[in-house]
Design a protein around this ligand. Structure first.
Ligand SMILES: [Zn+2]
Length: 200
C-alpha cells in the first residue's frame, strides 16, 4: 500500500473529527471481553496469542494506547468475534490519527473484511481454497482461512446498523484519501459487500 503522508491527516482533519464522533456514537465504550474469550474458540497459547489476550482481555477499547494498538496491528485474524467487534473502533480511530498507524493498521482492517467477502458469496460460491479471484489475498495456509471466515461471518452479524454506516464512512475515507491503485479494488470489494449496502 501507499505510504501515508502526514498531509492526508492534516488536510482532512474536519472529516476525520466527524468520523471519530460517529465512531464514538456508534460503538459502545463499555464492551469488555474476558481474557479467556479474546481469541474466541482458538486454543493456541503461543507467545503472540498470549500477548494479544493480555493486551485486550478485560480492557475497554477507549483506554487502549496507540503504542499498544500499533503493536497489535496484524492481530485481527487471530481474534475471536467478540474481541474483533469490541476493539475495532480503537483500531479505526488510531489508524486515522497517526501516520505510522495509518500505514500499519488501515489496510489490515480492509483486508480483514475483504476475507469476509468469500463467505458472503454463499458457501457454494466459495472459490477453491488457495485460488485467487477478484483481487482476493492469496493464502498459503488453508485451514486458518476457513476458520477465519466463520469468525468473520460471526463478527459481521454483531454490527448494528449505525456501526455498519460508520464502517462504510471509514472505508470511503480510505478509498478517497489513502488507497493506492491496488488497494482501491480491495476497498471497493469491501464496500460492495451486502452487509455494508443500505439506503442513505
Ligand atoms: Zn498463537
Amino acid at each position: 500500500m501507499q505510504s501515508a503522508s502526514g498531509e492526508f491527516l492534516n488536510s482532512n482533519s474536519s472529516e476525520i473529527v466527524d468520523l471519530f464522533i460517529n465512531i464514538d456514537r456508534a460503538f459502545s465504550s463499555s464492551c469488555i471481553v474476558a481474557i479467556d474469550e479474546v481469541l474466541g474458540s482458538r486454543t493456541c497459547r503461543c507467545y503472540e496469542c498470549v500477548a494479544i489476550m493480555e493486551a485486550l482481555g478485560g480492557k475497554r477499547w477507549t483506554e487502549m494506547s496507540k503504542a499498544t494498538l500499533n503493536g497489535l496491528h496484524d492481530c485481527f485474524p487471530l481474534l475471536g468475534a467478540a474481541a474483533m467487534h469490541c476493539f475495532l473502533p480503537a483500531f479505526m480511530k488510531a489508524s486515522y490519527s497517526d501516520c505510522e498507524l495509518a500505514d500499519n493498521i488501515s489496510y489490515n482492517i480492509v483486508n480483514y473484511f475483504l476475507l469476509a467477502n468469500y463467505v458472503y458469496l454463499s458457501p457454494t460460491e466459495l472459490p477453491p481454497i488457495g485460488d485467487e479471484f477478484d483481487g482476493a489475498p492469496s493464502r498459503a495456509d488453508e485451514k486458518p482461512l476457513r476458520r477465519n471466515l466463520s469468525v468473520n461471518e460471526e463478527v459481521i452479524a454483531l454490527f448494528t446498523q449505525p456501526q455498519r454506516e460508520t464502517l462504510t464512512r471509514y472505508f470511503e475515507f480510505y478509498l478517497k484519501n489513502i488507497a493506492d491503485e491496488m488497494d482501491k479494488a480491495d476497498v471497493m470489494a469491501v464496500l460492495g459487500q451486502a452487509w455494508l449496502r443500505f439506503d442513505r
